[in-house]
Design a binder for this molecule. Structure first.
Ligand SMILES: Nc1ncnc2c1ncn2[C@@H]1O[C@H](COP(=O)(O)OP(=O)(O)OP(=O)(O)O)[C@@H](O)[C@H]1O
Ligand SMILES: [Mg+2]
Length: 450
């Protein structure tokens, strides 16, 4: 599979040391000189061509040539250094210079001119811009919105660290085709060959992915009704089968989602008692695996041992918890907490979805372990957004852009919030039924992975 990592290219530095007036004067002077060199010989030859000696005629001709070359060089340099420059990094540079003069108030301390510092790079179709505010920009998120408008490009990502803010501008990547990715390059092994589990990250959108082999294996997915939770879970679950890991589904609504996976041979739980039994058996299996392979602390990993991972997809967790009795609720939360805490080492992953969140909807023992956070939908309250992502809508640095199958992801790799669109899925589940059954069949033939 192609890698979807984005590497940061070498950044170029831009530090403004003057307010630009000196440079402007110099340019005007240069232009005046070249025009004078051109016009003076023309004037002389027009009015006194016959009076002057040949030596003077040669001199004026040379002067004219010098002026013309100077003007041409000047024009070329101006075009190259302008914001329309055909050399992309030069265009970015000029736009940053102009942007700084328009939107950032510098400070002068005697002869010292203090302004912000930029670093920039053109990376493929994207432009990466780092801003070191030097105490001159209070609202770096707001600055992202202005940059995006000034450059006429979308702000794909905004990230803030202690000393700098990073903006990535560009055109948003195309939405992935979910079924296409599930089908992509899944060759059956040659006869006699073996199938083994694959820990490759699962692509979501652009460079954003679900890194199943990392500490970010648990997912918390939040989205109001109809915003695309189930469709997205359908895609992710299909990819889990494609990677030849074990899948378990909890579908309390007993919807098409659960039915489809049950039809493909996946264990699906719907009633509360069934859910508790499934969770308890998963926890037990996890403990056994932990004791067998990892208790000695020899530093082996699921990947190095080639073991299958176990994925529990829990759609609409809050509806289950709200219908359960207090005792059942505590039991479910305890078991999920254990899976969340020890799952990483033993290769057990939790994918939970909820419609909205407040500080007490889910125990911290579960939410804090979810390092892949995804939020979808247009109508998302500030509180839900904050509980789901740990960030605030203002941190997006651009207008909030949620919708059906559209929202934001936070993973250890994205750093901050990254805009995403979930892979496109077919409207009727029938279309993917056969594919899921095939993938499940492959997974079953893969054995325990060793
Ligand atoms: N990735 C997608 N590809 C294509 N269509 C989508 C996608 N995501 C959402 N949709 C559209 O939005 C509708 C609602 O999506 P979905 O059922 O996944 O939402 P939900 O969040 O699970 O809603 P509910 O809370 O009602 O269960 C789908 O029927 C589909 O038409
Ligand atoms: Mg749903």
């Amino acid at each position: 599979m192609e890698t979807r990592k984005m590497t940061t290219p070498k950044m170029k530095n831009l530090k403004l040391r003057t307010d630009g007036n000196a440079v402007r004067t110099f340019k005007q002077l240069l232009l005046a000189i070249s025009l004078a060199f051109i016009s003076l010989p023309l004037f002389i030859s027009f009015f006194g061509g016959k009076i002057f000696s040949p030596a003077i005629a040669t001199l004026t001709a040379n002067m004219f040539l010098t002026g013309a070359s100077l003007l041409m060089a000047f024009g070329t340099a101006m075009a190259l250094l302008s914001k329309y420059s055909p050399v992309r990094w030069l265009a970015v540079r000029k736009k940053l210079v102009l942007f700084t003069r328009l939107f950032i108030n510098p400070k002068t301390d005697g002869a010292l001119y203090q302004s912000v510092r930029w670093q920039y790079a053109a990376n493929g179709k994207n432009t990466i811009i780092d801003l070191y505010p030097n105490g001159l920009v209070g609202d770096t998120a707001g600055m992202g919105m202005k940059l995006s408008q000034y450059f006429g490009e979308n702000l794909l990502k905004y990230e803030e660290t202690d000393s700098k803010a990073r903006y990535i501008l560009g055109n948003p990547p195309k939405r992935y085709d979910g079924i296409g990715l599930m089908e992509e390059g899944s060759p059956e092994p040659e006869s006699g060959g073996s199938l083994s589990p694959d820990y490759e990250p699962i692509p979501i959108y652009g460079n954003v992915c679900w890194d199943i082999g990392s500490e970010a294996l648990h997912i918390l997915l939040t989205a109001p009704s109809g915003a695309g939770k189930t469709m997205f879970l359908h895609y992710l679950a299909g990819m889990v089968l494609k990677r030849m890991h074990k899948l378990y589904v909890i579908d309390a609504k007993n919807s098409d989602f659960g039915r489809m996976f049950r039809h493909s041979g996946v264990t699906v739980a719907t009633g509360t008692e069934e859910i508790i039994r499934l969770l308890a058996s998963l926890v037990q299996e996890m403990e056994e695996r932990y004791a067998k392979y990892f208790a000695t602390g020899k530093g082996s990993s699921i990947e190095s041992l080639g073991l299958k991972m176990h994925f529990l997809f829990f759609d609409e967790i809050l509806s289950v918890l709200s219908f359960a009795s207090r005792k059942e609720r505590e039991e479910i939360e305890k078991l999920l907490g254990q899976l969340a805490l020890k799952g990483r080492a033993a290769g057990f992953s939790l994918v939970v979805s909820a419609q909205k969140l407040n500080a007490t909807s889910l125990p911290k023992s579960i939410t804090e372990q979810c390092q892949t956070r995804i939020i979808l939908g247009g109508l998302v309250s500030e509180e839900t957004f904050h509980q789901a992502t740990g960030a605030y809508k203002k941190d997006i640095a651009a207008a909030y852009k949620g919708g059906v199958g559209e929202g934001y992801a936070v993973t250890p790799r994205t750093g901050g919030l990254a805009y995403i669109k979930t892979p496109r899925m077919p409207q009727t589940p029938r279309k993917s039924l056969n594919l899921l059954a095939q993938l499940k069949d492959r997974e079953a033939r893969c054995g325990e992975g060793r």
